[in-house]
Design a binder for this molecule. Sequence first.
Ligand SMILES: Cc1cc2nc3c(=O)[nH]c(=O)nc-3n(C[C@H](O)[C@H](O)[C@H](O)COP(=O)(O)OP(=O)(O)OC[C@H]3O[C@@H](n4cnc5c(N)ncnc54)[C@H](O)[C@@H]3O)c2cc1C
Length: 505
Amino acid sequence: MLRSRYEAVIVGGGHNGLVAAAYLARAGRRVLVLERLGHVGGLAVSARAFPGVDARLSRYSYLVSLLPSKVVADLGLRIALRRRRYASYTPVGGTGLLVDNGDAARTAASFARVTGGDRELEAWRRFYAMTADVAERVAPTLLEPLAGRAAMRDLVGAEAWRDLFERPVGEVVDERFADDTVRGVVLTDALIGTFADPSDPGLLANRCLLYHVIGDGTGDWNVPVGGMGAVSGALADAARAAGAEILTGAEVLAVDPSGEVAFRDADGEHAVTGERILANVPPAVLARLLGGDEPAPEGAQLKVNMVLSRLPRLRDPGVDPSAAFGGTFHINEGRDQLARAYAEAAAGRIPSLPPAEVYCHSLTDPSILGPELRAAGAHTMTLFGLHMPARLFREDPAGSREAALRATLASMNAVLAEPVEDCLLRTPDGAPCLEARTPVDLETEAGLPGGHIFHRDLSWPYGEPGRWGVETGLERVLLCGAGARRGGGVSGIPGHNAAMALLTA
Ligand SMILES: Cc1cc2nc3c(=O)[nH]c(=O)nc-3n(C[C@H](O)[C@H](O)[C@H](O)COP(=O)(O)OP(=O)(O)OC[C@H]3O[C@@H](n4cnc5c(N)ncnc54)[C@H](O)[C@@H]3O)c2cc1C
């Protein structure tokens, strides 16, 4: 039985809404979560995407970096995040650049082979020593009230402030590195889910890079054991165990600044009142629920989920495919290739050689595959394509999705020794195990305005001192999702911060 009044009504049951619910319920607050879909988790879910195939794929997000250990400990979450042995592999002609977390000598030899000396490796070590230092300093602040700009500058020090917060990352990478492949590998972290020119003085790519290197004080991107659904499942369990009520199949229709929330479920339309409303939905959706309007942001990725009957063969005989696909496998993501793809997409064309990256979750965590698939040597493969802005897919969503997919697979095949299509597992009725999602698909299917994976462009992790970065200008309404300051990604940070804003008010 629903009550008519709650201390907090949370609009949306994505992982951040669940984090907020868990913290608030543990503090003794009466909390109701209203989720439109029949399940919680939002963009952090697992799905059996192919009928008759026993593989639980992380359908949207797939790696975890930004979720603080403190949140895991505070909420007693039973989740395991596994470090990947290999950070990345980038094919270059008949060889490739392997970054092996477990073998520094092998990494050094790979740099020497691909870049012709040790200068690039030295530059790489210096750059990532700088980001590691920033990670250690900045990550703990993400769960505290905002620091001001000057305090953040003092915290990170002069060099990191200049190279990460002030100068366009494209300029910094060009200055620090000479090799096109190495430059590209560094730049991809600045472009994930972000349609930007890294040389742009607006520094959008810098903000994206920052959140990709500071997660939990290390910047490591880890594999959630059991898939993303296991993370959201653990959060939902924690919230329910603490007493939060979670209603799925409940679509919020309107939010009133006074605290009234109108929603519809299978039984009809209802209203509840919250002393506070926490919006897990993107800011553009919140604006609509409040009766206003806010332009949609623009997402820029092609996501492809696959199940393979076996790993594809590589051109490089020196690297085992299980090493190459165990980390992030970069496809045509050299600095110049990234720049060309950006220019083509900005001019309204699908990039001729789309940059993309893939990785195989099942190499680090086979538990997402059923025993038969595991025994047969099957693997999941996730592809994240860059520079595929929503504008390319508006006019002809299905036709342009097909064209983008074709171009992306061709781009991938150009760096493999055999076409990936030959390795796709088939469902019992013969269909290849492959699904592709454009930003426009995400808008339709997941209700994401513009298909923007971070709800809106990422913002700097500093602001008005003392605020939590979740404020909306309306006293009773807070953001608790990715669109808050310091939100974006699977982090729980804005969920935590919205709960703290409420509890410390
Ligand atoms: C393809 C893709 C790949 C990604 N990869 C990664 C990755 O590997 N690692 C990473 O850290 N991040 C990744 N991200 C980003 C990350 O998934 C998101 O930023 C994050 O999950 C957002 O979480 P959230 O809880 O803030 O919002 P969401 O997960 O978007 O949850 C919002 C919830 O609100 C619900 N909702 C919407 N409207 C209403 C309404 N009217 N009434 C009720 N409920 C409503 C939605 O159904 C949803 O459940 C990826 C995202 C995508 C799309």
